[in-house]
Design a protein. Structure first.
Length: 264
Protein backbone atom coordinates (compact mmCIF):
# COMPACT_ATOMS: atom_id res chain seq x y z
CA UNK A 1 0.00 0.00 0.00
CA UNK A 2 2.76 2.42 0.89
CA UNK A 3 4.45 1.87 -2.48
CA UNK A 4 1.20 2.78 -4.27
CA UNK A 5 0.84 5.93 -2.14
CA UNK A 6 4.43 6.90 -2.89
CA UNK A 7 3.76 6.45 -6.60
CA UNK A 8 0.64 8.67 -6.44
CA UNK A 9 2.56 11.40 -4.58
CA UNK A 10 5.41 11.26 -7.06
CA UNK A 11 2.98 11.59 -9.97
CA UNK A 12 1.29 14.55 -8.29
CA UNK A 13 4.56 16.46 -8.34
CA UNK A 14 5.81 15.27 -11.71
CA UNK A 15 7.97 17.59 -13.83
CA UNK A 16 5.32 17.48 -16.56
CA UNK A 17 2.65 18.97 -14.27
CA UNK A 18 5.05 21.56 -12.88
CA UNK A 19 6.01 22.65 -16.38
CA UNK A 20 2.35 23.02 -17.37
CA UNK A 21 1.61 25.40 -14.48
CA UNK A 22 1.61 29.14 -15.37
CA UNK A 23 4.86 30.75 -14.22
CA UNK A 24 5.10 33.39 -11.53
CA UNK A 25 5.73 36.85 -13.00
CA UNK A 26 7.04 40.19 -11.82
CA UNK A 27 3.85 41.99 -12.84
CA UNK A 28 0.46 41.23 -14.36
CA UNK A 29 -0.02 44.18 -16.73
CA UNK A 30 -3.30 44.77 -18.56
CA UNK A 31 -3.53 47.49 -21.23
CA UNK A 32 -7.00 49.05 -21.61
CA UNK A 33 -7.04 51.31 -24.67
CA UNK A 34 -9.65 53.96 -25.50
CA UNK A 35 -11.18 53.77 -29.00
CA UNK A 36 -14.16 56.04 -28.34
CA UNK A 37 -15.64 58.11 -31.15
CA UNK A 38 -14.12 61.35 -29.83
CA UNK A 39 -10.81 60.08 -31.23
CA UNK A 40 -10.56 60.48 -34.99
CA UNK A 41 -9.01 57.76 -37.12
CA UNK A 42 -5.63 59.51 -37.27
CA UNK A 43 -5.41 59.76 -33.48
CA UNK A 44 -6.46 56.12 -33.18
CA UNK A 45 -3.71 55.09 -35.60
CA UNK A 46 -1.10 57.17 -33.77
CA UNK A 47 -2.17 55.66 -30.44
CA UNK A 48 -2.01 52.12 -31.83
CA UNK A 49 1.43 52.81 -33.29
CA UNK A 50 2.56 54.19 -29.93
CA UNK A 51 1.69 50.96 -28.14
CA UNK A 52 3.30 48.81 -30.82
CA UNK A 53 6.50 50.88 -30.78
CA UNK A 54 6.66 50.90 -26.98
CA UNK A 55 6.27 47.12 -26.73
CA UNK A 56 9.16 46.61 -29.13
CA UNK A 57 11.45 49.26 -27.65
CA UNK A 58 14.72 48.16 -25.97
CA UNK A 59 13.84 50.16 -22.84
CA UNK A 60 10.72 48.03 -22.34
CA UNK A 61 12.62 44.80 -22.96
CA UNK A 62 15.41 45.84 -20.59
CA UNK A 63 12.86 46.67 -17.87
CA UNK A 64 11.41 43.16 -18.17
CA UNK A 65 14.75 41.39 -18.20
CA UNK A 66 15.91 43.48 -15.24
CA UNK A 67 13.06 42.29 -13.04
CA UNK A 68 13.47 39.80 -10.20
CA UNK A 69 12.00 36.97 -12.29
CA UNK A 70 12.69 38.52 -15.68
CA UNK A 71 9.20 37.96 -17.09
CA UNK A 72 5.78 39.58 -17.06
CA UNK A 73 2.23 38.58 -18.02
CA UNK A 74 0.51 41.08 -20.31
CA UNK A 75 -2.93 41.45 -21.91
CA UNK A 76 -4.69 44.06 -24.06
CA UNK A 77 -8.24 45.17 -24.88
CA UNK A 78 -10.01 48.19 -26.36
CA UNK A 79 -13.02 50.02 -24.94
CA UNK A 80 -15.43 52.86 -25.61
CA UNK A 81 -19.02 53.00 -24.29
CA UNK A 82 -18.70 49.23 -23.95
CA UNK A 83 -15.69 46.96 -24.01
CA UNK A 84 -14.95 45.54 -27.46
CA UNK A 85 -14.41 41.94 -26.37
CA UNK A 86 -13.33 41.00 -29.89
CA UNK A 87 -10.32 43.27 -29.39
CA UNK A 88 -8.99 41.21 -26.49
CA UNK A 89 -5.45 39.94 -26.88
CA UNK A 90 -5.27 37.32 -24.15
CA UNK A 91 -2.59 36.99 -21.52
CA UNK A 92 0.91 36.32 -22.84
CA UNK A 93 4.20 35.86 -21.00
CA UNK A 94 6.99 38.17 -22.16
CA UNK A 95 10.56 37.33 -21.26
CA UNK A 96 12.52 38.72 -24.20
CA UNK A 97 12.40 40.78 -27.39
CA UNK A 98 10.97 37.91 -29.42
CA UNK A 99 8.03 37.53 -27.05
CA UNK A 100 7.40 41.28 -27.02
CA UNK A 101 7.51 41.48 -30.82
CA UNK A 102 4.99 38.65 -31.11
CA UNK A 103 2.60 40.37 -28.70
CA UNK A 104 3.01 43.71 -30.51
CA UNK A 105 2.27 42.00 -33.82
CA UNK A 106 -1.05 40.69 -32.47
CA UNK A 107 -2.07 44.24 -31.57
CA UNK A 108 -0.73 45.68 -34.81
CA UNK A 109 -2.82 43.27 -36.88
CA UNK A 110 -6.11 44.32 -35.31
CA UNK A 111 -8.51 46.52 -37.31
CA UNK A 112 -8.93 50.08 -36.06
CA UNK A 113 -12.48 51.32 -35.62
CA UNK A 114 -13.69 54.00 -33.15
CA UNK A 115 -16.92 53.29 -31.25
CA UNK A 116 -19.49 55.40 -29.43
CA UNK A 117 -19.39 56.50 -25.82
CA UNK A 118 -16.76 56.65 -23.08
CA UNK A 119 -17.17 54.28 -20.15
CA UNK A 120 -14.09 54.19 -18.00
CA UNK A 121 -16.13 52.32 -15.41
CA UNK A 122 -16.95 49.46 -17.79
CA UNK A 123 -13.29 49.30 -18.82
CA UNK A 124 -12.19 49.11 -15.18
CA UNK A 125 -14.79 46.46 -14.30
CA UNK A 126 -13.85 44.35 -17.33
CA UNK A 127 -10.14 44.77 -16.63
CA UNK A 128 -10.55 43.87 -12.96
CA UNK A 129 -12.28 40.63 -13.91
CA UNK A 130 -9.55 39.76 -16.43
CA UNK A 131 -6.83 40.30 -13.84
CA UNK A 132 -8.70 38.45 -11.10
CA UNK A 133 -9.44 35.45 -13.32
CA UNK A 134 -6.03 34.91 -14.92
CA UNK A 135 -3.83 32.02 -13.83
CA UNK A 136 -0.70 34.04 -13.07
CA UNK A 137 0.78 35.10 -9.77
CA UNK A 138 2.43 38.50 -10.02
CA UNK A 139 4.20 40.54 -7.39
CA UNK A 140 2.17 43.48 -8.71
CA UNK A 141 -1.09 43.73 -10.66
CA UNK A 142 -1.57 46.81 -12.85
CA UNK A 143 -4.44 48.05 -15.00
CA UNK A 144 -3.07 50.58 -17.49
CA UNK A 145 -5.94 52.63 -18.90
CA UNK A 146 -5.83 55.33 -21.59
CA UNK A 147 -8.61 57.78 -22.39
CA UNK A 148 -9.42 61.14 -23.98
CA UNK A 149 -12.43 62.12 -21.90
CA UNK A 150 -14.34 61.58 -18.66
CA UNK A 151 -16.82 58.79 -18.08
CA UNK A 152 -20.14 59.63 -19.76
CA UNK A 153 -21.99 56.30 -19.80
CA UNK A 154 -22.23 53.15 -17.73
CA UNK A 155 -21.82 53.08 -13.94
CA UNK A 156 -19.97 55.87 -12.07
CA UNK A 157 -16.20 55.50 -12.04
CA UNK A 158 -15.23 55.76 -8.32
CA UNK A 159 -17.03 52.57 -7.17
CA UNK A 160 -15.47 50.59 -10.04
CA UNK A 161 -12.06 52.06 -9.22
CA UNK A 162 -12.45 51.33 -5.51
CA UNK A 163 -13.45 47.71 -6.18
CA UNK A 164 -10.28 47.21 -8.22
CA UNK A 165 -8.10 48.79 -5.53
CA UNK A 166 -9.69 46.56 -2.87
CA UNK A 167 -8.39 43.58 -4.85
CA UNK A 168 -4.85 44.90 -4.84
CA UNK A 169 -4.92 46.18 -8.43
CA UNK A 170 -3.08 49.41 -9.17
CA UNK A 171 -4.68 51.65 -11.84
CA UNK A 172 -2.49 54.00 -13.87
CA UNK A 173 -3.68 56.40 -16.54
CA UNK A 174 -2.71 57.96 -19.83
CA UNK A 175 -4.76 61.16 -20.24
CA UNK A 176 -5.03 62.02 -23.95
CA UNK A 177 -5.33 65.80 -24.09
CA UNK A 178 -4.64 66.50 -27.76
CA UNK A 179 -8.03 68.19 -28.13
CA UNK A 180 -8.85 69.28 -24.56
CA UNK A 181 -12.45 70.03 -23.59
CA UNK A 182 -12.82 73.20 -21.55
CA UNK A 183 -16.27 72.10 -20.42
CA UNK A 184 -14.92 69.13 -18.44
CA UNK A 185 -11.70 70.65 -17.12
CA UNK A 186 -8.14 69.25 -17.26
CA UNK A 187 -8.40 65.52 -18.00
CA UNK A 188 -5.25 64.62 -16.09
CA UNK A 189 -6.80 66.13 -12.94
CA UNK A 190 -9.97 64.10 -13.51
CA UNK A 191 -7.91 60.93 -13.91
CA UNK A 192 -5.96 61.72 -10.74
CA UNK A 193 -9.09 62.30 -8.65
CA UNK A 194 -11.47 59.75 -10.14
CA UNK A 195 -9.69 56.99 -12.10
CA UNK A 196 -6.22 56.04 -10.89
CA UNK A 197 -5.29 54.62 -7.51
CA UNK A 198 -3.14 52.22 -5.55
CA UNK A 199 0.48 52.33 -4.35
CA UNK A 200 2.67 54.34 -6.74
CA UNK A 201 -0.19 55.06 -9.15
CA UNK A 202 0.21 57.91 -11.62
CA UNK A 203 -1.19 59.55 -14.73
CA UNK A 204 0.78 60.82 -17.71
CA UNK A 205 -0.69 63.46 -20.04
CA UNK A 206 -0.35 63.42 -23.82
CA UNK A 207 -0.67 66.86 -25.43
CA UNK A 208 0.58 66.22 -28.96
CA UNK A 209 0.23 63.22 -31.32
CA UNK A 210 4.00 62.85 -31.52
CA UNK A 211 4.12 62.43 -27.72
CA UNK A 212 2.16 59.16 -27.80
CA UNK A 213 5.02 56.73 -28.32
CA UNK A 214 7.29 58.37 -25.73
CA UNK A 215 4.55 58.64 -23.08
CA UNK A 216 3.38 55.05 -23.58
CA UNK A 217 6.94 53.74 -23.45
CA UNK A 218 7.68 55.73 -20.30
CA UNK A 219 4.53 54.41 -18.65
CA UNK A 220 5.18 50.78 -19.56
CA UNK A 221 8.77 50.97 -18.31
CA UNK A 222 7.61 52.48 -15.00
CA UNK A 223 4.92 49.84 -14.60
CA UNK A 224 7.20 46.91 -15.35
CA UNK A 225 10.05 48.16 -13.18
CA UNK A 226 7.90 49.48 -10.34
CA UNK A 227 9.84 52.74 -10.27
CA UNK A 228 8.59 56.07 -8.94
CA UNK A 229 7.25 58.27 -11.76
CA UNK A 230 9.38 61.08 -13.10
CA UNK A 231 8.49 64.57 -11.81
CA UNK A 232 6.58 65.30 -15.04
CA UNK A 233 4.03 62.66 -14.07
CA UNK A 234 1.20 63.56 -11.69
CA UNK A 235 1.28 61.35 -8.57
CA UNK A 236 -1.97 60.07 -7.13
CA UNK A 237 -1.22 61.90 -3.89
CA UNK A 238 -1.83 65.24 -5.66
CA UNK A 239 -5.59 64.87 -4.92
CA UNK A 240 -6.70 67.19 -7.69
CA UNK A 241 -10.17 68.62 -7.17
CA UNK A 242 -12.39 67.28 -9.92
CA UNK A 243 -16.05 66.41 -10.38
CA UNK A 244 -16.14 62.65 -10.93
CA UNK A 245 -19.59 62.94 -12.50
CA UNK A 246 -18.74 65.77 -14.91
CA UNK A 247 -18.99 63.58 -18.00
CA UNK A 248 -22.38 62.21 -16.99
CA UNK A 249 -23.71 65.69 -16.11
CA UNK A 250 -22.96 66.96 -19.60
CA UNK A 251 -24.99 64.22 -21.27
CA UNK A 252 -28.47 65.32 -22.44
CA UNK A 253 -31.20 64.10 -20.10
CA UNK A 254 -28.85 63.34 -17.20
CA UNK A 255 -31.02 65.08 -14.59
CA UNK A 256 -34.16 63.45 -15.99
CA UNK A 257 -32.62 60.03 -15.45
CA UNK A 258 -31.43 60.86 -11.94
CA UNK A 259 -34.57 62.72 -10.87
CA UNK A 260 -37.43 61.38 -13.04
CA UNK A 261 -40.02 62.78 -10.60
CA UNK A 262 -39.08 66.39 -11.43
CA UNK A 263 -41.48 68.15 -13.79
CA UNK A 264 -39.73 70.46 -16.21
Amino acid sequence: MWSILALILSLGSSPMQTAAAPPDVDVELLLAVDVSGSMDMEEARVQRSGYVQALRHPDFINAIEGGFLGRIAIGYFEWAGLVNEASLVGWQVIENAKDADAFASLIEARPIGPRRGTSLSNAILFGTNLIESNAFSGTRRVLDISGDGPNNTGPPVPPARDAALARGIVINGLAIMIRPSFSTGPLDEYYTACVIGGPGSFVLPVHEPEDFAIAIRQKLVLEVSGLTPEPAATPAAAHAAADCMIGERLRPGFLDRIYPELDR
